[in-house]
Design a protein. Structure first.
Length: 125
């Protein structure tokens, strides 16, 4: 099963950073060494407000199929709905958009058959 094709109500993206380790020399100067040529730890937070309970259930099904935080997956174009820039600008690193769950989806069930879902994803390059 693919990640649900539902337009998010809100989206928060953190681009991550290149793997860098700073070292302090004996003279007090700082030396920084980069250990890779791709950004890592990009984060994509998605909120889906007032969606049908059956749509909310799709997130739980997808989470179960990916064995929680184990497998990676791509997100559909619907996730980027409303973003006027290139979807590649919101991808984790320069080589594509693979994500994994940072944790289980958070679902708040409302009494009218609607739910609010929050999903936290981590970019994998």
């Amino acid at each position: 099963m693919a990640f649900p094709t539902i337009y998010p109500s809100a989206r928060n993206y953190e681009a991550g950073d290149w793997p860098v380790r700073p070292y302090q020399t004996l003279s007090g100067a700082e030396v920084r060494i980069r250990y890779g040529n791709r950004r890592s730890n990009a984060k994509l937070s998605l909120s889906y407000e007032n969606i049908a309970d059956t749509e909310a259930e799709q997130f739980l099904s997808h989470y179960n199929e990916t064995n929680g935080t184990f497998y990676t997956f791509s997100v559909p174009a619907a996730v980027y709905a409303g973003w006027a820039g290139s979807p590649n600008a919101l991808s984790p690193g320069s080589s594509g958009a693979a994500y994994r769950y940072a944790g289980p989806p958070q679902i708040t069930a409302l009494p009218c058959g609607k739910s609010t879902v929050k999903v936290e994803l981590i970019g994998v390059t």
